[in-house]
Design a protein around this ligand. Structure first.
Ligand code: ADP
Length: 561
């Protein structure tokens, strides 16, 4: 197929040309230096071109004009000299003498004029008188003078005429020349057309030299301006690039970076302003950091301080609750409520203490080789009574995840307890599926309910501290609003991820993914986050999905599909 072959052969250069064009377009967009340089070079080249053309034309005109005037002067002088000699000759009608006069004219013209060749042709005046023949000296070609010029010379005896011609050398090469024509009146023989040819080869050479020097100067000028622009742009662009990099590092959290300030110019002013701004931001951030540290310490101290009186209150509440049969119904109910609320208070304090430990960065993993499948199974069994009290069926599926991996069992159990507790709380009594699976990079557990679910906006905030989707929702288990943010902290401590996919009215699916070994999470989570239905999850539990470990702050949030 030759047509296809041709199109393939053509496509390679076309492709590389397109690639080159794209690279240039990218440079044009991204590099201020490149853009300014191209514009400077383009405008300079146009300016230099126009100047060079104008100068070349002016030089050419002047040079030719001067040489033409010189030739006309010279021809006039030579013709006048010849005319004077002819007028002085006394031939007395002698034809031989007349022939001698014409020969003298030729010799005089050759010696007096600066022309290279001369020619004379007798003008037929119609009198029948035969004038001596004219002449063609130094190889003057007979056809060199155009008929038009000859007619003009014949017609007007008082004027000089000129015409540019191409003169041919003996070696056949051509160069510029000019012919000047006028009349010469020879007494008793009539008028002659007189032509003198001037060679302008040296003028032509001078012109070529001047013009080529002009072009070389033009190209050198453009190159010089390009180089100057490149270096002067460097002195502007480099500090700008430095400022951009420093700002990026500052934005990335390196608050100690500053711009070097040299001299008093605008760039120095920019540097000083930037550094002043950086100082002020750094000071404010430090102040805020100190404030937040004070707050953290306050929360931690208050929680600690509250623990001792709370323990006493809890013991008292438990004692009262244990003896509630002895009280009247109202007091008994109050004792019961007191016991519940004190328990909630206790949980809240424990959660607050845990959060303040995260904030202080003082939490540490206590890992041991644990089978996630066994851990999840045990926990599901532990939570069955709670699920049963909510008429909820707990299903457990574990296609993988039996091999032990290094994890902190206490924390993973806490995460799962929170996820399953939430699923029971918000699952509307529908079955809950706990799926455990693994691949070569990670182990994962998913908790899927088919209950109330959340909107995509709510799902984005689900890991925020003290956040609740709908505060008016009926609460039976009595969480603190800190459960999921602690769970996310625990997942991150394992360098894992906790992600959620939820649809309003369609239920939620929380997936905890933990890396095997020391390497960070990569690739797909063994438990797909999006499953069409709680029970379908069993069928597709091992289908790969993308890992969402990097999403923050709320782990990975999937939009409603
Ligand atoms: P708590 O459960 O103590 O309120 P969490 O941090 O565990 O706190 O959960 C925060 C909020 O996220 C809950 O109040 C609830 O509104 C929402 N939520 C958590 N899990 C689910 C779920 N499975 N289905 C619907 N909403 C949920």
């Amino acid at each position: 197929m030759p047509a296809l072959g041709l199109s393939l052969a053509q496509s390679a250069p076309v492709r590389s040309a397109r690639r080159g064009a794209r690279r240039i377009a990218r440079l044009w967009r991204r590099s201020l230096r490149f853009r300014t340089l191209v514009i400077t070079l383009g405008l300079t080249a146009v300016a230099v071109l126009v100047t060079c053309v104008a100068m070349a034309l002016a030089v050419q005109n002047n040079l030719w004009e001067a040489r033409k005037d010189q030739a006309l002067d010279d021809a006039r002088r030579a013709a006048n000299s010849a005319q004077a000699a002819v007028d002085a000759a006394d031939t007395q009608g002698n034809r031989t003498a007349l022939v001698g006069v014409v020969r003298d004219v030729r010799e005089r013209l050759d010696s007096v004029s600066a022309g290279t060749m001369t020619a004379a042709f007798p003008i037929d005046n119609g009198s029948g008188q035969t004038a001596p023949q004219g002449f063609l000296s130094n190889g003057f070609p007979e056809d060199l003078v155009s008929d038009q010029m000859r007619q003009r010379v014949v017609k007007d005896a008082s004027k000089q005429w000129w015409q540019p011609v191409a003169l041919r050398d003996s070696d056949g090469s051509e160069h510029a020349g000019i012919i000047v024509g006028q009349q010469l009146a020879v007494p008793e023989a009539g008028s002659y057309e007189l032509y003198i040819a001037y060679d302008l080869a040296d003028t032509e050479r001078t012109l070529v030299l001047v013009q080529s020097s002009l072009w070389v100067a033009g190209v050198v000028l453009v190159a010089l301006i390009g180089a100057i622009a490149w270096f002067s742009l460097r002195s502007v662009v480099l500090p700008i690039t430095e400022a951009a990099e420093t700002s990026a590092r500052f934005a990335g959290g390196d608050f100690a970076v500053r711009l070097p300030v040299r001299g008093q110019d605008e760039l120095a002013t920019l540097g000083r302003s930037f550094n002043a701004m950086a100082d002020s931001i750094e000071a404010q951030i430090k102040e805020l950091g100190e404030l937040s540290l004070v707050q953290q310490r306050f929360v931690s101290d208050v929680s600690h301080e509250l623990r001792t009186p709370l323990t006493t209150i809890r013991l008292a509440a438990e004692m009262l609750n244990d003896h509630r049969e002895e009280f009247d119904p109202t007091t008994a109910r109050t004792a019961e409520l007191l016991q519940t609320q004190v328990h909630r208070f206790d949980t809240l304090l424990a959660d607050l203490l845990e959060i303040s430990r995260y904030d202080a960065g003082s939490v540490q993993l206590e890992t041991e080789a644990t089978s996630l499948a066994h851990l999840a199974e045990e926990l599901v069994e532990d939570m069955r009574p709670l699920a049963a009290s909510h008429d909820t069926e707990l299903r457990y599926v574990a296609p993988g995840g039996h091999t032990p991996v290094d994890l902190d069992p206490r924390r993973v159990r806490r995460i799962l307890r929170n996820l399953i507790g939430n699923a029971i709380e918000h699952g509307e009594g529908r079955p809950i599926v706990v799926t455990v699976d693994s691949n070569q990079n990670a182990v994962a557990v998913g908790v899927r309910d088919s209950g109330l679910g959340m909107t995509a906006e709510d799902a984005e905030r689900v890991f925020d501290r003290f956040w609740r989707a709908d505060p008016s929702r009926r609460r039976t288990i009595g969480g603190t609003g800190l459960g999921l943010s602690i769970a996310l902290g625990d997942a991150r401590l394992h360098r894992g991820s906790l992600a959620v996919h939820s649809t309003l009215g369609g239920g939620s699916h929380f997936v905890l993914t933990l890396p095997r070994g020391a390497r960070p999470l990569e690739g797909a989570s063994p438990v797909p986050l999006e499953t069409a239905d709680a029970l379908d999850a069993i069928g597709v539990a091992t289908a790969p999905i993308e890992t969402l470990a990097e999403r923050s702050p709320a782990g990975a949030i999937e939009e409603e599909s």
